[in-house]
Design a protein around this ligand. Structure first.
Ligand code: UDX
Length: 443
């Protein structure tokens, strides 16, 4: 099938490339010509495992092309995926101006039936506004459908998640739209994937409800981690103990410094606002946010309790991205940690396998902030190592080499990637896995 994708950010790029890889003919439009040449050579401007490979393959096969000519993109296909950004505005509400802009441009170029598909995360009933906008700005009375097909892609595994969906959710208002989606996703349903066909409003709401639940699950286990620290229980025992219950599930029960990224923080805030707009108070999600913010504060307190004074201490930080497998630093815990430690006069030595370039835009190198391209180099004469992102390479380190490089063998693990029992010879601290009392350090 021919498919138009509008937006070449994380969602648009993965969606366009993966639809092409399934044998569809895809034209992906982006606002500016920035990165256009690179994309048409199959070079992705976003680090996402496997994406560049499928981009290259499908560019060579002529199955995907990138353009900044939105009119051409709208004319190209009867199916138009809206994958533009819906960032958080100051009020916490989602800023839908890019969605409105695309809707108006579709209207102005509408001369035959189109199925317009909201893939961007939007508040419930946004499809009504998209429909109204197209009606207002289009000439004649040309038939079209507005639908919702939210994505559930995780950064770092977007290509895998697209091809292995737990479920595909589509919200439609006509039989015609439903038939198009059944054809589009036939290769998935034939493999046994579930295609959930509902209304546009329900599909829009499923996305916010899904992300907010996952964020809440993380804050729930982090709340319990605080208690575990007081009573001396390993939080992972609790996570395992409850996670075996099929109704709970072990995923997203990994305690640590908390969630970041461009989705959970934004979507939880937007969902709270959506509820407020309908006269409801989503206190549970407000508490989810509070717990998540507190985890960063607690981590800074832990550093202070362990190091006492930070001034002139060499503190190494492994992990700047908001999670492993991505170069994305949006809402990353490392931002708060670096900002606050930078105020204490510590010498920060930062390493991340992918996110350094993005992080450097926020924190320029200076006499107190140094970036390293080798994680062991970053450890030389260090007084403490902080683990902030759960990169796989950090789990396979040579602990003897680490101890030999550091001035003090102190590791404060914000992602619980090490097991306490193998950390002999280190002062090892983590989240929800030990009673922390100053006296233990002083003796
Ligand atoms: C999330 C949703 O998982 C995805 O379905 C949606 O489409 C977009 O938002 P993403 O934000 O890319 O995906 O990453 P995810 O793997 O969900 O992790 C989000 C944050 O939660 C990261 O900061 C991660 O470190 C943290 N996390 C995740 C935990 O702290 N504990 C966990 O057990 C899992």
């Amino acid at each position: 099938m021919k498919i138009t994708v509008i937006g070449a950010g994380y969602v648009g790029l993965v969606t366009a490339a993966c639809f092409a890889d399934l044998g569809n003919q895809v034209l992906c439009a982006k606002k500016t010509s920035k990165n256009l040449d690179k994309l048409n050579k199959g070079i992705s401007h976003i680090y996402e495992p496997g994406l560049s490979e499928i981009l290259k393959t499908n560019i060579e096969k002529g199955r995907i092309e990138f353009t900044n000519d939105i009119k051409r993109a709208i004319d190209f296909s009867d199916i138009i995926f809206i994958c533009v950004g819906t960032p958080q505005s100051d009020s916490g509400k989602a800023d839908l101006s890019q969605v409105e802009d695309v809707a108006r441009q579709i209207a102005e170029n509408l001369d035959n039936y189109k199925l317009i598909v909201e893939k961007s995360t939007v508040p419930v009933n946004t499809h009504q506004w998209v429909k109204k906008t197209i009606k207002r700005y289009s000439k004649d009375n040309i038939e079209f459908d507005v639908s919702s097909n939210p994505e559930f892609l995780r950064e770092g595994t977007g290509v895998y998640d697209f091809n292995n969906p737990d479920r595909i959710v589509v919200g439609v208002e006509s039989e015609k739209a439903s038939t198009i989606f059944k054809e589009l996703y036939r290769s998935f349903t034939e493999k046994g994937s579930t295609l959930l066909i509902t209304t546009p409003a329900a599909a829009e709401l499923i996305k916010h409800a899904s992300n907010s639940f996952l964020a809440m699950k993380i804050s729930y286990i982090n709340m319990i981690a605080e208690l575990c620290e007081k009573v001396g229980i390993d939080i992972n025992m609790i996570a395992d103990g409850i996670g075996y219950d099929q109704r709970i599930g072990r995923d997203f029960l990994n305690s640590g410094i908390g969630y970041g990224g461009s989705c959970f923080p934004k979507d939880v805030k937007a969902f709270i606002k959506i509820a407020e707009d309908h006269g409801l108070d989503f206190g549970l999600l407000k508490e989810t946010e509070k717990i998540n913010a507190d985890m960063r504060k607690r981590f800074l307190e832990k550093i202070e309790n362990v190091l006492w004074m930070n001034k002139d201490k060499n503190i190494t930080i492994w992990g700047l991205a908001f999670k492993k497998g991505t170069d994305d630093i949006r809402e990353a815990p490392a931002i708060d940690i670096v900002r606050e430690l930078n105020k204490t006069g510590a010498n920060l030595r930062l390493y991340d396998p992918q996110a350094r370039e993005n992080f450097q835009k926020l924190f320029l190198e200076n006499k107190n902030i140094k970036y390293f391209s080798d994680k062991y180099e970053a450890l030389k004469d260090s007084d403490a190592l902080l683990i902030i992102t759960e990169w796989e390479e950090f789990k396979k380190i040579d602990l003897n080499k680490v101890k030999g490089l550091m001035r003090l063998p102190i590791i404060i693990d914000g992602r619980n990637i090490y097991e306490p029992e193998v950390m002999n010879g280190f002062e090892y601290y983590s989240i929800g896995r030990e009673k922390f009392e100053k006296s233990e350090i002083m003796k």
